[in-house]
Design a protein around this ligand. Structure first.
Ligand code: ADP
Length: 163
């Protein structure tokens, strides 16, 4: 029997943007199953808790039957993958800065688990400028988030910024 192709898509998703979502939709067509993995990057300060991000992503992916979301607790992404025998890791690239960053992460991940292959998907043009940090900046000054994040997340951000 053919083995199921399972991919993980790890990231901070603080918050999930239409750029992330587009990547998840494309991955869901490429692989049998996709697990969106909310990972904690120690060098980042987060706007939303992992529980909030989990709920936001769960709602945003509700239309994708082969996609699930999980929280990665106190563990390296590579070790999570190794434990579950998952050998595909999806990440996105918007520009050359992303490319160099992703290259470093992919190398580090492969050093931890040599069967882990990173698959990089190029961001489609409408999403190339979208980043979670830009969105937080727009939200801080009361800008319109309609074209950047799902409506529910935009609303949650506005509430967060007013607090
Ligand atoms: P991390 O903190 O791990 O970099 P992010 O949530 O910032 O997590 O990003 C997760 C992945 O999604 C990264 O590979 C990043 O390059 C990619 N990504 C972020 N924004 C976009 C976008 N607009 N289009 C495509 N890929 C994106």
């Amino acid at each position: 029997m053919k083995q199921e192709k399972v991919a993980i898509f790890p990231g901070s998703f603080d918050p999930l943007t239409f750029g992330h979502l587009h990547l998840i939709e494309r991955s869901s067509r490429l692989f049998d199953k996709v697990i969106v993995l909310i990972a904690t990057n120690t060098s980042k300060q987060y706007c939303f808790t992992v529980a909030e991000r989990h709920q936001q992503i769960e709602r945003a992916i509700a239309h994708l039957s082969n996609v699930t979301v999980e929280i990665l607790a106190d563990q390296l992404v590579a070790h999570y993958a190794q434990e579950r025998h998952i050998s595909i890791l999806v990440r996105g690239v918007r520009n050359t800065i992303d490319f160099e960053y992703e290259q470093a992460i992919a190398t580090a991940n492969q050093q931890q688990y040599d069967k882990l292959e990173t698959v990089l998907l190029y961001a489609d043009a409408p999403y190339q400028h979208l980043s979670s940090s830009l969105i937080k900046e727009v939200a801080r000054f009361g800008g319109n988030l309609e074209k950047m994040v799902p409506a529910e997340i935009a609303e949650a951000m506005q509430i967060k910024m007013q607090a």
